[in-house]
Ligand binder design. Structure first.
Ligand SMILES: NC(=O)c1ccc[n+]([C@@H]2O[C@H](COP(=O)([O-])OP(=O)(O)OC[C@H]3O[C@@H](n4cnc5c(N)ncnc54)[C@H](O)[C@@H]3O)[C@@H](O)[C@H]2O)c1
Length: 251
């Protein structure tokens, strides 16, 4: 497919996992792609890497301005940078709450704020936010992370309403558990990584983790000019975890 031919895209958190797969897919489908990340050192051509911390407004503004200047404009923003947190509402202190909300929610706000003036100039403008199944299902030990992604879901809908008449579509993807370096780190930290992986796989009706390219495919679908009538939606990419209720195997 070459539906992104001539378009310019910016992917935050694009040096790893879902963001990397998304940047690579958009480039393969014809886009010029800038990656904004805390550590863009692993970003290879044809992708362009820019160092930025989404918790730092100045750093975001400078990186977005540099990327837009190099790309010659901006059509697609993928707001993907995010961090995790584990525990119940009793387990994270105020500093951790501020930190995760700062990255996962305000990070998207800062990048969108810097990108919007450029997106308004595009005739195929789209924003895709990486949300999570944690926004729509109650998951144990994820109070802070879920609160951050619930905010991303609501932010997506509000932004879609605010910008629809400017021709800017805003949607989000809700991945289940995705096999990325992040989940690899979680598994490594578990008392029994193999058992933890098996539990995460069993939680998804497909019986396996989602792959980063599968999430990238959903992001590209939402960002593509072919989806010009789609705005204000959340697309689950979760192996059926949110919508299906299976009977136990063999019953
Ligand atoms: N992996 C999953 O199971 C899963 C499930 C649902 C949603 N998500 C979401 O997908 C997104 C990407 O997750 P992933 O699994 O690919 O993670 P990852 O850790 O593999 O990649 C995240 C990237 O974001 C960058 N990043 C982190 N903080 C940043 C900051 N302050 N400024 C700039 N860049 C920063 C990191 O450097 C890294 O390159 C996150 O928003 C996450 O919440 C992940």
């Amino acid at each position: 497919m070459s539906d992104f031919e001539g378009l310019r895209a910016l992917v935050t958190g694009g040096a790893s996992g879902i963001g990397r797969a998304t940047a690579e897919l958009l480039a393969a489908r014809g886009a010029q792609v800038a990656v904004l990340d805390l550590d863009p050192s692993s970003v290879e051509k044809p992708l362009r890497g820019y160092r930025a911390d989404v918790t730092d407004d100045t750093s975001v503004r400078e990186a977005v301005a540099a990327a837009v200047a190099d790309l010659g404009g901006l059509d697609v923003l993928v707001n993907n940078a995010g961090i995790g947190a584990q525990g119940t509402v009793e387990d994270n202190d105020d500093e951790q709450w501020h930190r995760v909300l700062d990255v996962n929610v305000l990070g998207m706000v800062r990048v969108a704020r810097a990108a919007l003036p450029h997106l308004r100039e595009s005739s195929h403008a789209a924003i895709v936010n990486t949300c999570s199944i944690a926004a729509t299902a109650g998951l144990p030990q994820r109070a802070l992370y879920s609160a951050s992604k619930g905010a991303v879901l609501s932010l997506t809908l509000a932004m879609a309403a605010d910008h629809v008449r400017e021709g800017i579509r805003v949607n989000c993807v809700n991945p289940g558990t995705v096999d990325t370096p992040w989940v690899g780190r979680l598994l490594d930290a578990a008392a029994d990584p193999a058992a933890e992986r098996a539990a995460l796989e069993a939680r998804q009706p497909t019986g396996r983790l989602v792959s980063a390219p599968e999430v990238a495919g959903a992001v590209a679908y939402l960002a593509s000019p072919l989806s010009g009538a789609t705005t204000g939606t959340a697309l689950a990419v979760d192996g059926g975890m949110q919508g299906l209720r299976l009977r136990p195997v063999g019953q």
